[in-house]
Every structure is written in C-alpha cells, then in structure tokens.
Design a protein around this ligand. Structure first.
Ligand code: FES
Length: 362
C-alpha cells in the first residue's frame, strides 16, 4: 500500500505569474517506489492552516501531474502547479514553498498514461493540462523513433502559458515527429490560429485539417472539464472510437454534489448500510452513517485509505466493488472499461444495497 513520504523541495521554478514547477529530491532507497509512467501524478498533503495534528479532517490533499519524462527510479520528481483562486494547496505551493522545505508525497499513480509505442498520437490540452502531456510527449518521442505526436494546446495568452520553453524544445528536437498548434483565447498571434476558445465546433474543423483523424492511435485530452468535454464530443463526432480517447480533468468548477443518504435497492433511505473494505491486506466491516460515502466510512476506521481530491476527479480512491451495489455521485476519473471491470470511486460511492464490499488493493 502506498504511504506518504516526506520529500525535500530542491527547486521552485517560476513558469508564469501564477504557476511554478516544483522539484523534489527522492532519496536512493525510495527511488524504486517513486518510479512513474508518462502521464502519472503524485498526491501531496499538508496541514490546514492552524491545525496542530495531521488527521483526515485537518489535512489538505491535492494531486499534481509529473512533467518530466518517465523514469523507473527517479532521483527527482518535477510537477507543474498553477495557483487556483481560493485553492488552499496551490496558493501555498506557488507563494510559500521554498527550496529546503519538506512536503509529504504519495508515490505516483494514475491511468492517464501512454507507454511508448509505435504509432500516431495526439493531445488536446488546456492551461495546466499540458503538464502530464509534456511527460507523455517527451517520453514517447525520445524512446520510440517510429512515433509521432500532435499537440493542440490552448491558453489565455502567451504570458499565462506554462512550459513554453519545454514544449519549444520538443519542437526543436523532433521537428519531423512533433507537431504543435497553439490557440490563445485572449491574444492574437502573428501566426497560427486566430484568437478564441477551442470548442467542439472549432475542433471539429481544426483536427481533420491537422492530421488524419482515423489514423491516430490514441487521443489524450487534459484540462478543465469544459474543454475536455468539447474535445471529446468533437472526436466522437469525427468517428473516433471511445476506446481511443483518454481524458483527465484538472478543474471541475461546479460544487460537488452534497452526499445523499444511503438508499435501499427500492430507492428509499437505508439506515443500516455497512461497508466491508479490504485495504493493504487487512479487512474490516463498519456501519455507515447516513449520507456518508464509502471513503468517509472507511477513513473513520482506517486513516491510511488512499484519497486526494474527494471530488471524483483524481481516481486515487479507486476500489473494486466485490459485492453489493453503489451509486456514484460523479465520475471524472474512471474510463468505461474500468467501470465495466467493477471499479468505482470510493469518495463518490453511496450504497444502494444494505451491504457493500470493496477492495482497495485490487
Ligand atoms: S479522491 Fe479523487 S476521485 Fe476520489
């Protein structure tokens, strides 16, 4: 089971006015544990301001994507962090963290991954959604000489664009295999696309003009919910099978749905639901309080249960449902094939049957 380890910050590089790249040193004995695939992320945690002890209720966790090429035993980890208005963790990371500070970091995870292989791949990203795709593109182009990558990125302006130099470097190193198109919503460019948002209609016209859509082996969509949904609809409209579209949401603006009370199979409220959870080789069975998610119940008894966003976005709390039935409030993390295989998000799951059993290890 993954546990947090304190890692030392070795560099805080300013990327834009409101974003930084953070580098952490990984001690030699932990390096195999922190190996990662291109596109994966790490979860960080900190005390809420004023909290003396670190408990599930006082800590803040956030996931951030790794931006450097993949590595099996990394000596360092580099992530991109953009400050979000009112963002407890991101403000701290952008404004307060300094080299020499220590942060608790979970080993990498996530399934928004492209293992290098021959073929044509493409990405549509918005804002900080470039972060995992930078790792994906750099790893792919460096390791697989017969792979090509097309990146369509959008941002507000040049000044707000993260990893400009790193992306330009890919263009210089792989001029024949890396294609870059930039759309700026609030700034006219001397060359390239006219200003304006990338929406479904625009992407439906743009993508076929850039590359042969049916020949693309995998599409990687990353950024705010709106952009990812528009891009996904555009691709489906162009005939791209769902299985070739991979997506990761960075920001979900609407407020999380309030947890509803546990419901019985008939749709009524059950006051006697229980959850059995296997976690790190140990099992427990606990009654659920009304309205609790599966994760909340488990966390009351097992503080080591994995989670980060609690919002259905990061996928850290993924469990396999072994028996019973749950209803998920929302899901922006699991792909259709994972749902079919019986995975659910513990932070979004409420029981529909009197008893449910989940496996965090599966
Ligand atoms: S903790 Fe992020 S999806 Fe559940």
């Amino acid at each position: 089971m993954s546990t947090f380890h304190p890692l030392r910050v070795t560099a805080v590089d300013s990327l834009t006015d409101d974003s930084v790249a953070l580098t952490f040193a990984v001690p030699p004995e932990l390096r195999p544990l922190y190996g990662y695939s291109p596109g994966q992320h790490i979860a960080l945690r900190r005390h809420r301001a004023g909290a003396d002890t670190l408990t599930a209720s006082t800590e803040v966790r956030r996931t951030y994507s790794l931006c450097a090429p993949a590595c099996d035993e990394p000596a360092e980890l580099r992530i991109g962090v953009r400050g979000v208005e009112g963002g407890d963790f991101s403000s701290y990371a952008v404004k307060e963290l300094r080299p020499g500070d220590t942060v608790d970091v979970l080993p990498p995870s996530g399934r928004f991954v492209l293992e290098p292989r021959k073929g044509r791949f493409a990405a549509v990203v918005g804002g900080s959604g470039i972060t995992p795709v930078l790792s994906i593109a750099a790893t792919l182009l460096t390791r697989e000489p017969e792979a090509r990558f097309c990146l369509v990125r959008s941002d507000r302006s040049t000044a707000s664009t993260m990893f400009l130099e790193e992306v330009a470097d890919l263009k210089d190193r792989f001029p024949d295999r890396f294609q870059l198109v930039t759309a700026l919503s609030r700034e006219e460019q001397q060359s390239g696309l006219p200003s304006g948002r990338l929406d479904e209609q625009r992407l439906s016209g743009l993508l076929p003009s850039l590359l042969s859509v049916p020949d693309v082996d995998g599409w990687y969509l990353c950024g705010p919910l709106g952009l990812v949904e528009e891009a996904s609809r555009a691709l489906r409209g162009l005939g791209v099978p769902r299985g070739r579209i991979h997506q990761e949401i960075f920001h979900v603006t609407e407020a999380p749905t309030a947890p509803s009370a546990a419901r019985s199979a008939a749709g009524g409220v059950s006051h006697s639901a229980s959850v059995t959870a296997n976690l790190d080789g140990r099992s427990g069975c606990w009654p659920m309080d009304d309205g609790e998610s599966v994760l909340e119940t488990v966390l009351r008894h097992r503080a080591d249960a994995p989670f980060a966003c609690k919002g259905g976005v990061c996928g850290t709390c993924r469990v396999r449902l072994l028996s019973g039935e749950v209803r998920m409030e929302r899901n922006y993390a699991l792909e259709p094939d994972e749902l079919e295989a019986g995975y659910v998000l513990a932070c979004q799951s409420h029981p529909v049957t009197e008893a449910v059993e989940v496996d965090f290890d599966g």
